[in-house]
Ligand binder design. Structure first.
Ligand code: SAM
Length: 327
């Protein structure tokens, strides 16, 4: 078995035991077992002896310090995928592995040479995207982060995920569109929740609120993210492909032109998404500031299927070329 398979099997088997014993969902049990592994002890009370024995047998197989953050992320991700099959809303789905890895690649190209990077993910979900970015940082980079999430189960999953991967990420269980008690970060990464934002009073604080009716959460998230980014910092969003087609798009465009320099727009392969309407792009911005500048040319691309190695290599070469000419 590979390390990832071993880690998955320990987390999965122990979550199954706890799900049954505590009569909770698989994802809730994943939080419980993750806590146990992290704390090095069984924290739940009142378990039957047979369950304790089975848990201890699984935890005894844990390779302790001999695993990498990325191995835990992958194993945890497999458990999350399994648990999410029980049903989650499309908007709560975790960011797919391949997208997280590609975003990490882009992220670290933009931050080349910077060895202290703080990152905010205002819709952190399970932490899969944010921790992929941490794990794929060049050696010697000191990463710190903040994650905000309104759903408490997802936030608990992100907490366990970050702990097991030994990342220093502060997590906040709140509406990310309310005031955040954090300092502006060097970067924002966010797989934007798409749809209407139900809190019309809160939306009033935003330039990008709708003139009439409900505002788009994804527009407000962009505005909030810009606010909590340092001058000259970068923002990496996963946006719906229809972002610039809505009736509220002109206002968003004006806001972006005033506050940011658009760096890139990369369309992910449509085949990656169950429904073409949910297809997304990676949108990269730089917040204006003294050391910020518009690129000579915005990086625009339609990404090939990630499984097409040759086409992907060609794309990476083009992206490398873009960095040479523009950064
Ligand atoms: N990147 C995440 C991951 O890898 O698990 C997935 C992000 S998911 C596409 C969007 C997340 O935004 C969901 O977890 C959802 O609960 C969260 N969300 C939606 N509205 C929110 C709000 N107002 N404040 C904070 N989080 C919110």
């Amino acid at each position: 078995m590979t390390k990832v398979e071993t880690l998955f099997s320990i987390l999965d088997e122990s979550a199954i035991v706890l799900r049954k014993e505590l009569d909770i969902t698989y994802l809730e049990a994943l939080v419980e077992t993750g806590d146990n592994v992290f704390e090095g002890t069984i924290l739940q009370e009142g378990l039957r002896d047979s369950a304790i024995e089975r848990l201890n047998r699984e935890y005894g197989k844990f390779p302790d310090k001999q695993y990498k953050g990325e191995e835990i992320r992958k194993a945890f991700q497999l458990c999350l995928l399994k648990g999410m099959k029980e049903g989650v809303q499309a908007n709560h789905e975790m960011t797919p592995d391949a997208v997280g890895l590609f975003c990490s690649y882009l992220f670290h190209k933009f931050f080349e040479g910077q060895n202290e990077i703080s990152v905010l993910d205002p819709a952190v979900g399970t932490g899969n995207l944010l921790t992929a970015i941490f794990n794929n940082s060049p050696e010697g980079t000191n990463m710190s982060g903040y994650g905000v999430e309104v759903d408490d189960l997802l936030l608990r999953l992100a907490f366990v995920n970050a702990n097991l991967q030994k990342h220093s990420i502060e997590l906040f269980n709140q509406d990310a569109l309310a005031s955040l008690y954090i300092d502006p970060a060097d970067a924002v990464v966010c797989d934007l929740p798409v749809g209407y934002y139900p809190n019309e009073i809160q939306a009033n604080d935003y330039v990008l609120k709708a003139e009439t009716g409900m505002s788009y959460a994804h527009h407000l998230f962009i505005e909030q993210s810009v606010k909590y980014t340092k001058e000259g910092g970068y923002l990496f969003f996963l946006i719906p492909n229809f972002l610039f087609e809505s009736e509220q798009a002109p206002k968003l465009n004006t806001f972006l032109k005033e506050q940011c320099y658009i760096q890139g727009l990369l369309q992910l392969p449509v085949s990656m998404f169950k429904n073409e309407k949910n297809a997304k792009s990676i949108f990269v911005l730089q917040k204006k500031g003294t050391n910020a500048a518009a690129p000579k040319q915005v990086m625009l691309a339609e990404l090939p299927k990630f499984s097409n190695v040759q086409a992907m290599e060609g794309m990476m070469a083009q992206i490398g070329q873009w960095f040479e000419e523009n950064k």
